[in-house]
Design a binder for this molecule. Structure first.
Ligand SMILES: Cc1cc2nc3c(=O)[nH]c(=O)nc-3n(C[C@H](O)[C@H](O)[C@H](O)COP(=O)(O)OP(=O)(O)OC[C@H]3O[C@@H](n4cnc5c(N)ncnc54)[C@H](O)[C@@H]3O)c2cc1C
Length: 112
């Protein structure tokens, strides 16, 4: 339908995909991984919201890191993500150096 004129037109098609919003299945994460009101996972600077936010450590969260330090989220399930294949894949790839940084910090001996 032409929303300006109201005119209707038939278009031949073999199939129709209807995409109206999305619903993340993240309930199983419990309280350990902060999510927004719809269930999308908060990551990086988004964790530092009003009132101290959801971040437990002194250092700032790395990009794509969740409120559970060392746990990262990428793709559609992440709040504010682009919701496209290329961005989901890119976020997954971009997480790798942050995981390395996390593992490196884990292996640095702590002062007594
Ligand atoms: C109809 C439609 C058309 C689209 N068209 C395009 C397009 O043309 N171009 C484009 O770039 N993007 C398109 N998208 C968006 C694109 O599909 C997504 O952005 C992309 O797939 C996100 O990848 P992802 O890995 O984050 O999530 P997903 O591809 O959704 O992968 C998540 C996976 O996790 C699995 N999973 C969920 N819960 C659990 C659990 N508890 N345990 C184990 N596994 C679990 C799911 O089964 C799924 O396989 C379209 C999406 C839809 C729905």
């Amino acid at each position: 339908m032409d929303r300006q004129s109201g005119a209707l037109r038939s278009v031949p098609a073999d199939a129709l995909f209807v995409l109206i919003g999305s619903q993340p299945r993240t309930e199983w994460l419990g309280a350990s991984v902060a999510r927004d009101q719809w269930g999308f996972i908060l990551t990086g600077p988004d964790l530092l919201g009003a009132g101290g936010g959801h971040w437990p450590l002194d250092r700032p969260p790395m990009p794509l890191e969740t409120s559970l330090p060392g746990v990262f989220a990428a793709g559609d399930v992440r709040e504010g993500s682009i919701k496209r294949v290329a961005s989901a894949v890119g976020e997954g790839a971009a997480t790798i150096p942050f995981v390395h940084r996390w593992l490196e910090a884990m292996t640095v001996p702590h002062a007594a």
